[in-house]
Each structure stands twice: as structure tokens, then as C-alpha cells.
Design a binder for this molecule. Sequence first.
Ligand SMILES: CC(C)(COP(=O)(O)OP(=O)(O)OC[C@H]1O[C@@H](n2cnc3c(N)ncnc32)[C@H](O)[C@@H]1OP(=O)(O)O)[C@@H](O)C(=O)NCCC(=O)NCCS
Length: 206
Amino acid sequence: MTVTEIPTTAIPARRGTGVTLPDGTTLGVHPLHAASTDLFARFVESLSPEARYRRFFQPVPRPTERFVRPLCDVDQVRHIAWLLLAGDTPVAEVRLVASDHEPGVAELAVAVDQDWRRRGVARRALSAIGVAGAAGGVHTFTATIQADNRASAEMVRSLGLTLRFDDGVLSGRGPVPAWTGTPAEADAIRSLQAAAANRANLAEVA
Ligand SMILES: CC(C)(COP(=O)(O)OP(=O)(O)OC[C@H]1O[C@@H](n2cnc3c(N)ncnc32)[C@H](O)[C@@H]1OP(=O)(O)O)[C@@H](O)C(=O)NCCC(=O)NCCS
């Protein structure tokens, strides 16, 4: 994986880290924050009703402010959340939420725009966010997947998680995927995440 500095014009006056897909396309990484609600709502609106149901485990007819705010206004430490951007357009969401009960364990969530699927976006995004999580001590990913969500089940299996049927859903668990990029790329991700956590912290103090 290649991580490069590219401009993300959707967010004025900031530059973002990019994640490069197997076909060479680079997507910008936008760590979500309190002012990202419009961008995040745009992404949710771009998903089909089925994809919204798969991702959020509930129908989301309209991404209201009340719905999107807690998904954007996160600390970027225990709750790491990114949009991936193609130019100014959000094409994927990826996040890790630390367990309250098990140190080092974080639940993953991901959704990819229909036109960007089967290009390695989910796998690469989860590998990259795994680097950010590992910097904060995350060593294990968990996932909760609807029993008939084959694409997601196969995707997390391909990352090395083991799935079991549990109370009507598939529960996945496994180590944070091995990083296949360079040390410099991992450093770029960690720097981006440290800046995002700092910004969230400052916003809270203000
Ligand atoms: C599940 C989802 C995130 C996968 O995203 P993606 O970017 O297409 O996945 P990737 O391209 O990284 O695929 C990685 C691997 O997953 C598996 N996979 C992905 N989509 C698949 C599908 N439709 N059928 C079977 N296997 C699939 C394959 O093993 C694939 O590797 P390969 O392409 O080399 O064979 C996407 O389909 C999606 O957004 N679905 C709706 C929301 C959702 O279900 N989110 C998960 C809830 S946590």
C-alpha cells in the first residue's frame, strides 16, 4: 500500500493522507470531526437502502443531524473514524470503536460506495485504520455482520477474522491485519491520526 500526501479540497486548508488501491488509484483519508456532518451525510445518502441497513443495522431513510453527529464528533482515539475520498467525493467509511470491556479490542465498521466495490477499498482501509488503532494499543478486531451479508463475511474472513454464528448474527474476531505497506506509510497514518486526535481534543476543550 502507498500512503501519500494529496490535497483534499473538500476540507479547505488541509491536506490529507492518501491510501492507494491495488489498481493504483489513491483515495484521500478524511478523519471525521464535528464539522464533517454534511460530508458524512452525503456519503450515507449515496448508499442504497440495503447498504445502509447492512452498515447501520437499521433502516436509515434520511441521515438526520441527530443520526450523523455522534458518528462524526468522535475522539479519534477510542473511536477512530474516517471517510475515504475520491477527489471531493466520499466513497467509503471505515471505523474502529474500542471495547469498553476488553482492552486492546475494537469493533470494525465499513461501507463502500457501490461503484467502488471489489477494488480492495474495504480491505486496504481496514488495514490502514488498523495501523492507527495499533498505535493506541488495539491488537484485536471484532465485527458484527448480518447472517446473510456474504460480501462482508467474506471480506472480514479475507482479513483473517474467524466468524461464528452468535445470537442471529455473525461475530468475527481476529488479530489486527498485518501491515503490508512500508514503515514510512505507517508513520504517515500515525501522524495523521495523532493530528486528528489532537484536533478532537482541542475542540472538546474549547
Ligand atoms: C462489505 C463491503 C464493505 C466490502 O467492500 P469492498 O471494498 O467491495 O471489499 P474489498 O474489495 O476490499 O474485498 C475484499 C474481499 O472481500 C471478499 N468480497 C467482497 N465483496 C464480496 C462479494 N460481493 N461476494 C463475495 N466476496 C466478496 C472477497 O474475498 C474480496 O477479495 P477479492 O476481491 O480479492 O476476491 C461492501 O460490500 C459494502 O459496503 N457493503 C454494504 C455495507 C456493509 O455490508 N458493511 C459491512 C457491515 S460491518
